[in-house]
Design a protein around this ligand. Structure first.
Ligand code: 4NP
Length: 154
């Protein structure tokens, strides 16, 4: 079993999209039973809420139904998950601070490190953006999630 946690700031835009895309990819590959995939945020402002309606719409148009509820990252996540995927540099740095050992720190990776078709060093926060910003997030996540799963499945 591989346990994967996607993390962004609010857990209503980027990381629930990453969760939905990763789940869809492993399911399509017939490997759903081999993975536990979840997402979380640094903030708890949106705790219990569905993803942002703009992200749900853009994702749904690509066949991803995002139904996870926002929750904050907790200390236990660093034990329970094998791979913790940070959507941007602030999230990466905060997760590094929250980790309680070097072993836990080594589980944290930048999602953008797995991009193959795009030259971005973060998954940009779309919250104050418009439709094209949400579409860009999905483009970046479809690329990086496929590369990430290819790497860890070897
Ligand atoms: P996310 O986007 O981190 O991709 O879920 C954001 C959602 C909410 C806020 C910031 C970013 N916020 O400040 O409330």
């Amino acid at each position: 079993m591989k346990n994967i946690l996607a993390v962004c700031l609010g857990n209503i835009c980027r990381s629930p999209a990453a969760e939905g895309i990763l789940k869809s990819m492993v399911f399509e590959a017939g490997k759903g039973h081999e993975f536990f995939i979840d997402s979380a945020g640094l903030l708890d402002y949106h705790k219990g809420k569905l993803p942002d309606h703009r992200m749900r719409k853009s994702a749904s148009d690509r066949g991803y139904e995002l139904n996870s509820l926002s929750r904050p990252v907790v200390a236990e996540d660093f034990k329970r998950f094998d791979y913790i995927l940070a959507m941007d540099k602030v999230v990466f740095q905060e997760l590094q601070k929250m980790a309680s050992s070097e072993e836990e720190q080594q589980k944290i990776h930048m999602m953008s490190d797995y991009l193959s078709e795009f030259d971005y060093d973060e998954i940009p926060d779309p919250y104050y953006g418009i439709k094209k910003d949400f579409e860009l997030v999905l483009d970046l996540l479809e690329d990086s999630c496929a590369v990430f799963l290819g790497k860890i499945n070897k």
